[in-house]
Ligand binder design. Structure first.
Ligand SMILES: Nc1ncnc2c1ncn2[C@@H]1O[C@H](COP(=O)(O)OP(=O)(O)O)[C@@H](O)[C@H]1O
Ligand SMILES: C[C@@](O)(CCOP(=O)(O)O)CC(=O)O
Ligand SMILES: [Mg+2]
Length: 417
């Protein structure tokens, strides 16, 4: 895969972002369940994936962790369908998941009966999914034949049904999701899924809007304000809880706000990285298994101080890189002690070490992706890793976070919506 660019721990303007894509079409007719759902448009929202530079697992137990957005995106597009269908009993909610290549459909009447008994949709405040509601969602999913090999999707489907019905009620609509990143590989695909989904839904609900005139690098995607991003983040966290159980919230936070952050006990500190740093991401292509989480230490605190340290000449930059490499090695050692590494990760570590490069796993455990600190261009390493059937991404660290598009955005495999 000829992947994305290199770099960066760079200074970026702290503009918060959201892109919604509005395509003209014959959509909403009649009264909406929420009076704020006003515009008959398609909404698309895009959010970034992320890497954890230090502190995964420990962050769940209250330690600090450092994470950065990378420029691999998940996009969610929502088209509200005519309410007239609903009155005729023919309305459906459709979900098209492009990556696993599966589509799902639920009659709105069935959703209404199964899910909206206990609470009314309303998006102003994120609410957790109650155990009863989760059980009702699970019963709805049982009726769908999810292929055995893709059964891991069901957590994402539950999060989808929860977010959609909580934010938009049981109104008819079609949602499409597509992503650049591997799922279940430590790059926070679940968070990117929940953030882009929440953003598209909240935009359609009229709760989140693009900031006029602020677009992202001339792409047609537009940014949204900080308060709106907070709301997107809160809903996305509720979705992550369905997928993960007890997430720390670091993944959805960095996916929403972008850039590079230190995250501790739900609190976010923006890190202003002073020097560009390249990371290579290697996907071991080994599916992960989830195990127990264990606390780690203060490596993350050191990493976050280090990235903010200005290095002005080559010697200082090199010594900064060496220190970062040392911290990554220590963190990987601890992760290995916790038993959350994998033989494929060790193979990547040995391969990169042959070139004097330091690596660590990122995200959860037992497979997934590995980060390698890149001091110089390393096509040779990439070629060797790819010759062993690994998949490599070189990514831009510290990106823009969640974005929406008001039309003319390239969304699904280059389709402009
Ligand atoms: N593009 C996508 N399409 C459908 N489901 C997705 C997508 N991205 C993420 N998911 C959901 O998120 C889950 C992966 O999350 P997780 O195991 O936390 O791995 P990670 O967040 O490290 O990628 C998938 O099993 C699926 O339910
Ligand atoms: C392992 C953990 O630190 C990161 C999440 O892992 P992943 O990106 O979903 O693979 C868990 C968490 O912080 O919630
Ligand atoms: Mg995840």
């Amino acid at each position: 895969m000829g992947r994305v660019l290199g770099l960066v721990w760079e200074k970026r303007p702290r503009v918060w972002g959201l892109l919604v894509c509005a395509v003209v079409g014959a959509f909403v007719a009649g009264e909406s369940p929420s009076s704020r759902i006003s515009s008959p448009q398609r909404r698309s929202a895009s959010s970034e994936s992320e890497i954890i530079l230090a502190g995964e697992h420990a962050v769940v137990h209250g330690s600090a962790a450092v994470a950065a957005a990378i420029d691999l995106y998940t996009r969610c597009s929502l088209r509200l369908l005519p309410l007239a269908d609903d009155e005729a009993g023919a309305a459906v909610l459709e979900l098209d998941l492009r990556d696993p290549g599966l589509t799902f459909s639920w009659p709105c009447a069935q959703l209404r009966e199964a899910l909206l008994t206990e609470e009314v949709a309303g998006a102003q405040e994120a609410r957790p999914c109650s155990p009863d509601r989760l059980a009702s969602i699970a019963r709805l999913l049982e009726e769908h034949e999810i292929p055995e090999a893709k059964v891991w999707l069901s957590a994402g489907l539950s999060a989808f049904l929860f977010l959609y019905t909580s934010i938009l009620g049981c109104r008819p609509g079609k949602v499409t999701v597509s992503s650049d990143l591997p799922m279940g590989s430590g790059l926070g695909s679940s968070a990117a899924f929940c953030v882009s989904m929440s953003g598209a839904l909240l935009t359609a609900a009229g709760m989140v809007a693009a900031v006029d005139g602020i677009s992202s690098k001339g792409t047609g995607w537009e940014l949204v304000g900080k308060d709106d991003l907070e709301l997107v983040n809160q809903w996305a966290f509720q979705g992550e809880k369905i997928i993960h159980g007890k997430p720390s919230g670091i993944d959805n936070t960095v996916s929403t706000f972008g850039s590079m952050i230190k995250f501790k006990k739900g609190e976010l500190t923006n890190l202003k990285s002073r020097n560009p740093i390249k990371m290579l991401i290697t996907d071991t292509r080994v599916g992960r298994n989830k195990k127990a989480l264990v606390a780690v230490n203060s490596i993350s605190e050191e990493v976050s101080s280090l990235v903010e340290l200005a290095a002005n000449d080559e010697i200082a930059i090199t010594s900064k890189e060496e220190k970062l490499a040392e911290l990554m090695e220590m963190n990987q050692g601890l992760l290995q002690c916790m038993g959350v590494s994998h033989s494929s990760i060790e193979t990547v570590l040995r391969t990169t070490l042959k070139f004097n490069l330091v690596s660590k796993l990122t995200g959860a455990e037992g497979g997934g992706c590995v980060l390698t600190l890149i001091p110089t261009l390393l096509e040779k390493v990439i070629a060797e890793l790819e010759s062993q059937s690994f998949r490599c991404f070189i990514v831009e660290v510290g990106g823009q976070g969640f974005q929406v598009c008001q039309g003319g955005c390239s969304c699904f495999n280059g389709d402009v919506v």
